[in-house]
Design a protein around this ligand. Structure first.
Ligand code: HEM
Length: 136
């Protein structure tokens, strides 16, 4: 389970970066919003939701919430028991909001802008709370 979560994180990170960069390029070059852009946004949504499910299962399986008072005193344990799950869930909520908001926009620029803002903010949060020292 931990390994799946660890490897799946590469896919999440790669596709999220790709979608944000694609949205910024689309916005700045005033491109058309094509099927490819739509699928990229949808793929990111799906991949991140799968990571959420794996993460929740891992969290429960490992019992990270146990002995919470002691856990909070150690920054590394706190990262995995609280900060990482919480911030990742917020990031995935932002991706979900961005996805549903972009659908309501009619113009290409507005769609790209919505992706750039919401997926971009999610990317920022993900990068801030990945346990880098455990991962590599
Ligand atoms: C975009 C979403 C997420 C990404 C990119 C992500 C990424 C990662 C990465 C890279 C690690 C380190 C893996 C390793 O040590 O090799 C990790 C660990 C962990 N993640 Fe996530 N995660 C996400 C969401 C979540 C969520 C939503 C939860 C729980 C609700 C969660 C729970 C955990 C736990 C408990 C660990 C510690 C595993 C261990 O070292 O024993 N993750 N995550």
């Amino acid at each position: 389970m931990k390994e799946i979560h660890s490897y799946w994180a590469y896919i999440v990170l790669a596709i999220l970066i790709f979608t944000v960069v694609n949205a910024i390029i689309g916005l700045s070059k005033k491109k058309q919003f094509t099927d490819k852009d739509l699928r990229l946004g949808l793929f990111t949504l799906i991949v991140s939701h799968i990571q959420l499910l794996i993460g929740v299962a891992l969290y429960i399986y490992e019992g990270r919430y146990a002995n919470i008072a002691e856990t909070m005193k150690v920054s590394e344990a706190r990262l995995l028991a609280l900060e990482h799950p919480l911030v990742m869930i917020i990031a995935i909520v932002l991706i979900t909001i961005g996805w549903s908001k972009h659908k309501k926009k009619a113009e290409a620029a507005a769609k790209f802008k919505t992706f750039a803002i919401f997926y971009g903010a999610a990317l920022f949060l993900v990068l801030s709370r990945i346990p880098w020292s455990n991962w590599f």
